[in-house]
Design a binder for this molecule. Sequence first.
Ligand SMILES: *Cc1c(COP(=O)(O)O)cnc(C)c1O
Length: 420
Amino acid sequence: MSVEFEVQGIPVSELAERFGTPFYVYDGDVLESQFGNLRDRLHPRMEIFFSLKSNPNLAVCSLLHSFGARAEVSSMTELLTALEAGVAPGDIIFLGPGKSRAELQACLDHDVYTIVCESFGELELIDGLCAARGRPADVTLRVNPAFEVKGSGLTMGGRPRQFGIDEEQLLARPGLAGEFPNVRLMGVHAYLGTRFLSEDVIVANTSRILEMAERLSAALGFPLEVVDVGGGLGIAYFDNEGDLDHEALTDRLNPVVAAFADRHPGTRIILELGRYLTAKAGTYVVRVRYVKTSMGDNFAVADGGTNHHMAAVGIGSVIKRNFPMRSLSRIDEEPTERWYVTGPLCTPNDTIGKGVLLPPVRPGDLLGVLRSGAYGPTASPVLFLSHGAPAEVLVKDGKPFLVRAPDTPADLLRPQNPTP
Ligand SMILES: *Cc1c(COP(=O)(O)O)cnc(C)c1O
């Protein structure tokens, strides 16, 4: 008998038997420790908002909310998800460069804490919507800072972007706060990138954003009721990366937050976290259907692939690196062979592991892509070849729950109409 991977003591084969493969499984204990370890040490004035973009599953959002997370949303459905998860409207912020009129109206109707506005045109639209209701909206300006940052997989500041409004353009409009009578400017937001793995870079970014917020509120004459410093805290995926040390991070970050908090006793300070909260908790589980060789390479053809886990194709434009993968059916066996792990799609891109080291793979084995709780199904072409979204399972208090049923062929056919 081989030794199997377990989630809170439940063997993965039992989960596979009960829910069918492929599926994502999220470990509620890991969600709790990712949130709790940081929360316990973070300066109490800094609030953690969960970015639903990284994992919009309702149960994941509810669980994180039960630990104390608030919500950052970017679509109508994400807004409704956060509300259904029980997040108070006063702890929800809505951002995104292309908000619809209906989304903005929903922010007003539900009275979310603030709309994070990303363009002058959006300010105008919000102003118009509020004229009708006779009460101004609380609006935070998303700023594209003049400064550039390093140390992120994807940098945002200091270059042309569709996100936010350039800092220079704001500084050039000192009368902005009075231009839109139905908009109440009350905060500053900046998001400088994702996958930051250096504590020092995060601290430096945060202090620059806090300074910028003070500069802008003084220059434009609006109160600073909230500063959202973005976040983009990463987790390690590859051999040459290391996880953030939450103790080292908070030791360095807290004094910066404390100094700002003392100067601004009434200002909310927000940290947005997506990947950091959810990634480590998730495993994408597939079952191997066939094994074969082609021109000397080993292929394990599984029942799920990039249709559910596009990110596993690899990050990095030059060399695509593999996510951490394991043979979940044989965690005691030495990884001695190189395997290409592919899915059911008819494209060579459907490869979630390229030459990964695994123990000998047999049909029926369960393989897992680890650290996959962020940007999984939500960022994958789940409709490709009409396979649909995968099942999602949450293990909480030692018990597994199906928190999203997989799409069935009927689900996929229902919204379609034949040619009239
Ligand atoms: C994507 C995004 C996040 C979440 O990013 P992570 O790297 O997953 O933490 C937070 N804020 C904004 C504005 C984003 O676009």
